[in-house]
Design a protein around this ligand. Structure first.
Ligand code: FAD
Length: 387
């Protein structure tokens, strides 16, 4: 039976994550927002404190030096980290868990130093011509002797500015299938500084200021075959196996942010007076709070349920997709209600409400748009009845 009342250990984790967020991250939100960049000294300070406190790489197995949290505990922790700006949260890095599929040599050279905070990864699927439809990617890696030669480009790559290597997905073969030609995709570990690999900072983004993203370019970039992560053609399989917890994590972060938005909105509704009384006395305002509360509770349940099932090995793609879909759409509605409750002040940059509203917009797009999540869910429903 599902029971999400936290154990004593989980409560300790929640409390210490909450304290860390309030003490080490929250005070820096305004500077990151203003500068749209995390100053290097601040970055180094937050990273060190996260390493010391054990929050860094909490998603990676203890065998590799990580925190080894299971999905449910990780989700409870991420709900606390969702309170704060995503750029700051991201310093408390979660190395891409796909690295755990590496060979012993790759684990020593990439995963372990990343867990220790000595190296930084980014993950590159998206291309200007391939977003939701990743199978259409055009970056190619062609085997030449002991190497692969890579040509193509990627964009929107989170942390591509600070990262020192990329987990790159590229087409290694084109297969003839009964449904036509299909790209076979493989994953590679490519270091910055490899000849033929260049990058530049991506355009300014409306959401999540201070959170960098980059465009990556590969021109006859040669990497040894030993840098392939997984087997040839296994790229999407690896991605699907390892990355679905990422969707739960986005659900958790949306829940955390919505908790903060609801708290601020309730405080404003109780104190702002118009027509001689607090605006929270008008049902037009108070019912918004009721809807925010109810949707938040539902998103919390869906997200925790997906994590709980993940730990039991019974999570389906549609479990993770529905948590991501509902929680991120809930956050969109919640931040929109918040702007309405705050009135004109909701749009002024002297309060964080307009930022939450802007930030929320991205959540419905990355890591699979809302439409793609709906596609995953509806496909699963229909498969059950189409047999
Ligand atoms: C700030 C930021 C950071 C990112 N970080 C990374 C990263 O680190 N690594 C990485 O690889 N990618 C990253 N992405 C890319 C992100 O995952 C894509 O933006 C996302 O998958 C959508 O692709 P797209 O933007 O090309 O939109 P498109 O795929 O062009 O979609 C446009 C619209 O068409 C709709 N659509 C497309 N296909 C269908 C369909 N079959 N059915 C119904 N509707 C459909 C979409 O839902 C959307 O509404 C990032 C993006 C941003 C903005």
């Amino acid at each position: 039976m599902m029971d999400f009342s936290p154990t004593e250990e989980q409560q300790l984790l929640i409390d210490s994550a909450r304290n860390f967020v309030r003490k080490e991250l929250l005070p820096h939100e305004d500077v990151v927002e203003r500068e749209d960049w995390i100053p290097d000294d601040l970055y180094a300070q937050v990273k060190q404190r996260a390493l010391d406190a054990g929050f860094y790489a909490a998603n990676i197995a203890t065998d590799f030096g990580g925190g080894g949290l299971n999905a449910l505990d990780f989700t409870l922790m991420e709900m606390e980290f969702g309170w704060v700006s995503y750029a700051l949260h991201y310093i408390v890095h979660r190395p891409c868990n796909i690295l755990q599929a590496g060979t012993p040599a790759q684990i020593d050279e990439y995963l372990k130093p990343t867990v220790r905070g000595e190296r930084l990864d980014c993950i590159a699927f998206s291309e200007p011509g391939a977003g939701s439809d990743l199978g259409a990617m055009s970056t190619r890696a062609v085997r030449k002797g002991a190497d692969y030669v890579i040509n193509g480009s990627k964009h929107f790559i989170s942390f591509g500015v600070r990262a020192d290597y990329v987990i790159l997905f590229a087409v290694t073969d084109v297969l003839d299938t009964p449904r036509g030609k299909r790209n076979e995709v493989s994953a590679f570990l490519v270091d910055k500084g490899t000849p033929g690999f260049s990058w530049r900072k991506g355009p300014a983004c409306t959401s999540h200021r201070g959170y960098d993203h980059a465009e990556l370019f590969f021109e006859d970039c040669r990497v040894p075959a030993s840098r392939m992560l997984g087997r040839p053609g296994e790229g999407f399989e690896l991605a699907n196996k390892w990355l679905s917890p990422g969707r739960i994590s986005l659900g958790a972060l949306a829940v955390g942010r919505a908790r903060r938005v609801l708290e601020l909105s309730a405080g404003w509704a109780a104190s702002r007076k118009q027509f001689g009384q607090a605006i929270g006395k008008f049902q037009g305002t108070s019912f918004k709070l009721a809807d925010m509360y109810t949707e938040l509770a539902a998103a919390e349940m869906l997200t925790l349920r997906a994590a709980w099932k993940h730990d039991r090995g019974s999570m389906t793609d549609e479990d993770a997709a529905s948590a991501k879909l509902f929680a991120t759409e809930m956050l969109g509605r919640t931040t929109d209600h918040a702007v309405q409750i705050f009135g004109g002040m909701g749009l002024m940059n002297t309060l964080p409400i307009e930022r939450f509203w802007r930030d929320a917009r991205l959540e419905r797009i990355w890591d699979g748009t809302s439409e793609i999540q709906r596609h995953i869910i509806s496909r699963a429903i229909l498969r059950q009845v189409e047999r």
